[in-house]
Ligand binder design. Sequence first.
Ligand code: AMP
Ligand code: TRP
Length: 341
Amino acid sequence: MRIFSGIQPTGDKHLGNYSGGFRQYAAYQERGDAFFCIVDLHSITVDYDPADLHEQTINMAAMLFATGLDPERSTVFVQSHVPAHAEAAWLLGSVTSFGELRRMTQFKDKADRQDFVSAGLFSYPVLQAADILLYQTDAVPVGEDQRQHIEVARDIAERFNGRFGETFRLPEMIAPAVGAKIMDLQEPERKMSTTGGTPQGTVRLLDPPDVIRKKFKTAVTDSGADVRRDADSKPGITNLIEIMSVATGDEMDAVEARYDGQGYGHFKEEVADAVIALLDPIRSRYDELRSDPRELQRLLAIGAEKAREASDPTLQAMLERMGFVKSEAGRLFGAVRPREL
Ligand code: AMP
Ligand code: TRP
């Protein structure tokens, strides 16, 4: 089975990213042939600082390995190191409609927060489709917020296959059963996010323990006292139960049973302790990996080479079926042989 997922290097990563992203990547690398892409080309679709992008790309590599990706088993690489992604995105733009992109809720949300809405932000899902389809992906582990993007990738694949002949495998989204959408601790009606959430309601993976404790202590709950799930009337407590389940691996029913009748204050403290226990070893592995950027760059170079080899046949097939003329070297424009780079 071919597994592919992508994560943006920009924006501090948080508990939601761990739950819907990192945790799943580490689990799925055991299930097949896995590719994990640091999507730097997606990061430039909103306002950003080039110096930060540079730094955060290396940080992201450290975080992917710190949360359990094994470079021997998984291919971890940077999107801009594999030109096929940008090339395939351009080609797929011809089988993507303006109407389907305009409907994307992530585009609408992000566009509302920008002074300058870039064309790149609008065509973001086309690049994401290219990422996935180039690798003949079967399964895409992501959080719930990516559902629309994965559906568009499938629609694009089907349209391309119908128009130019069978070229792409249709990918399936895989969201975790628990924690596919972790909510903001202060405003549990919206998802946890460093860009769209509240700072106090967002637990960053690198927050020190005392900061994490304070964030859980001030988490918004309701006027009741039962540690019990009810998404409509108790969104805050429901979210904390999910977080506890993600942090400890215990079933949500078991969490409810354990804290039955104990009140919110005690429960919040114990959720904080569980999250701190989860993140402590991740933070120290991260610090250690981050202290050797050359080793990270070496691993990323190996990943890029493997990713170029894996994606090139699909790009060549796309170009051929779309009617492009081969260059003198007998190759279609998109392909540079990996060793020539
Ligand atoms: P991003 O940082 O936007 O590139 O997201 C990386 C991964 O984290 C994606 O698979 C998202 O679906 C996932 N993710 C982001 N926010 C959340 C959240 N609040 N709950 C669960 N998963 C999330
Ligand atoms: N859009 C995704 C996010 O914000 C990141 C992403 C880019 C991605 N390309 C991908 C996720 C391909 C899965 C597969 O989280």
